[in-house]
Design a protein around this ligand. Sequence first.
Ligand SMILES: Cc1cc2nc3c(=O)[nH]c(=O)nc-3n(C[C@H](O)[C@H](O)[C@H](O)COP(=O)(O)OP(=O)(O)OC[C@H]3O[C@@H](n4cnc5c(N)ncnc54)[C@H](O)[C@@H]3O)c2cc1C
Length: 283
Amino acid sequence: MQILENESLKKYTTIKIGGNAKHLYIPESIDDLVNLMERIKNDKYYIIGGGSNILMNDQKTYENVICLTAMDNNIKSLGNGTYYVGASVRVQELINHINKDGFCGIEYLYSVPALIGGAIVMNAGRGRGHGLSISDFIEEVHIWDGGSIKVVKNDKCGFEYRKSNFKNSKVIVLGGKFTFDKIINDGSRMTKQDRINYSKKVQDYSGPSFGSVFCQHDRKIMQIVRILSPGFKNGISFSNKTSNWLTNRGEGTYLQAVSLINRVKRYHKIIGRKAVPEVIIWE
Ligand SMILES: Cc1cc2nc3c(=O)[nH]c(=O)nc-3n(C[C@H](O)[C@H](O)[C@H](O)COP(=O)(O)OP(=O)(O)OC[C@H]3O[C@@H](n4cnc5c(N)ncnc54)[C@H](O)[C@@H]3O)c2cc1C
């Protein structure tokens, strides 16, 4: 296991905002992780996967941070479109792998810079109206539950829109068993290239971001907030292209992002609505 001391976390997040880790642990196997957790399980710890949906406090030093990029990078075929996939596998790598084997299903995640563990925790998927998420293909999730390794069947994972029982908990997702669809080339399914084209068209890649800010919000209120307070010059601002995204124009800070998020929440509250952040905020 690698252990980095006083490591800046900026480069571990897609929005390029980070605090510091007093100890940054990078387990290189499940055994590494379990041994580490035996030591630190009673302390506060934070988990980073792909870092694509986390807003860290850049003023803060976090005592224990665990980065899961190297814990388990294996994709094991169990036959007939069923795979065991380690939490550290990149979503794109999994899609490439199953497509080569003649299977498909989650191509709409080809643009998502996540690891499988993070995608399971967040139940990553398409927008609310599409009713598609990674949990549609999950059979079971393997976790470290605070004491030992357990296997949780899909119906016990609490999957909902951008939600699972593993979100904001002490549980660490180690990997999952998936069963994907067989590819039928009748032109009806979304391919990787379709998703790349779609993302280029509608998603804002002009600067670092963490994707959607809210998983529940009112589009009209967001538009009003964006017009009234577009954001900070050279810092965090609402995207002009993707309505529910914040973009870091280079000098963005935690406080700027939080102030825009709170502004959206306040506007919702005024008219009796609720805006629920999707992004995980490390206060
Ligand atoms: C450009 C861009 C496009 C995006 N598009 C989409 C999209 O189309 N659909 C969508 O759903 N999301 C999208 N997102 C958001 C984000 O990619 C997803 O939420 C993704 O699932 C986060 O995965 P991650 O590995 O980066 O997790 P992280 O951001 O590292 O972590 C997210 C949360 O999960 C926890 N966590 C991560 N891994 C584990 C683990 N193994 N065990 C326990 N806890 C863990 C973290 O502590 C944190 O609380 C996008 C983000 C970006 C930047």
